[in-house]
Design a protein around this ligand. Structure first.
Ligand SMILES: [Zn+2]
Length: 286
């Protein structure tokens, strides 16, 4: 089984995680730029963070045979901090870099005017660089935030297929798929969305334009949730090609629009079979 995690924050994970991910079949990841928890007080903090995403983290991943790419953006939460606004002037030059396969995470946190401005301005940059866009939908007031994000995408003139709206659930998936955009789902250990609900969504909506990720970060999260979702799909009667479609081909197709995916030998069909099943023997949903 080959897995591409299209949204995971490896900066906040250990080498044990890389080891377990590689053993579980994770061969490629995209790490979007996000809010680090501790508010940043200057633009320099962003420069160092972005440099780590294009330099240090791919190097760290390479040691475990995982292909690492990233998405760059000013995240919605810090778009509200006047000390961080200047970051918008830096995004352009990062979007030109080889390992940057998308713009993200952009979107809404609290749906404020500064968030509106940062969102629209960054969509223009994505259009100029012809890059896919990863849109974070807010955890509070998700339904309204998702519909409003779809409006902003529509107004931007970007082709809808170049955009994924992420952190979706049963209530937000339909309008996103109907718009022509991609639907992203973050699978968490105990909140928001789990693999059982994910399988039900796949049954109802099919496997096209669906991305499944672990979104693992510093919060309670599990970098093997992609693998666990694959197992749940198989247990529910989906076959190997459905699993490969959702957990490999879909992310390759979506981020492949950048023209920058570097998958190397990871592109070859699975030669190495999964040998780390012991790492998956936890309780479901732990
Ligand atoms: Zn994220």
């Amino acid at each position: 089984m080959r897995i591409f995690d299209p949204h995971i924050h490896m900066t906040s994970r250990t080498t044990d995680d890389y080891e377990a991910m590689a053993a579980a079949g994770v061969r490629a990841v995209v790490e979007p730029a996000f809010w680090l928890g501790q508010p940043r007080t200057s633009v320099g903090s962003f420069i160092d963070y972005f440099d780590a995403l294009v330099g240090w983290e791919p190097f760290r991943a390479q040691g475990f045979g995982v292909r690492h790419h990233c998405a760059i953006a000013l995240n919605p939460k810090e778009a509200n901090d006047p000390r961080c606004r200047e970051v918008l002037d830096l995004i352009d030059r990062y979007l030109a870099k080889d390992r940057v396969v998308a713009l993200g995470e952009v979107g809404y946190d609290s749906m404020t005017p500064p968030e509106d401005e940062a969102f629209a301005r960054q969509l223009e940059l994505a259009e100029r660089h012809e890059l896919p866009v990863l849109v974070h939908t807010p955890h509070r007031d998700k339904h309204a935030g998702t519909l409003r994000s779809l409006d902003v995408v529509r107004e931007s003139g970007l082709p809808p297929g170049q955009v994924v709206l992420d952190h979706l659930n049963e209530l937000t998936v339909a309008p996103v798929l109907e718009s022509g955009s991609w639907a992203g789902f973050s699978i968490y250990p105990d909140t928001k969305m789990d693999e059982r609900r994910m399988v039900a969504i796949l049954r109802e909506y099919g496997t096209e334009r669906i991305l499944v990720n672990s979104a693992a970060d510093w919060g309670r999260s599990d970098p093997l949730k992609t693998r666990r979702t694959a197992e749940a799909m198989l247990a529910a009667g989906f076959d190997d090609s459905d699993v490969d479609r959702v957990l490999w081909q879909n992310p390759v197709e979506f981020y492949g629009q950048s023209g920058r995916l570097d998958l190397g030998e990871a592109l070859e069909p699975a030669a190495a079979s999964f040998q780390g099943s012991s790492v998956l023997r936890g309780e479901p949903g732990e």
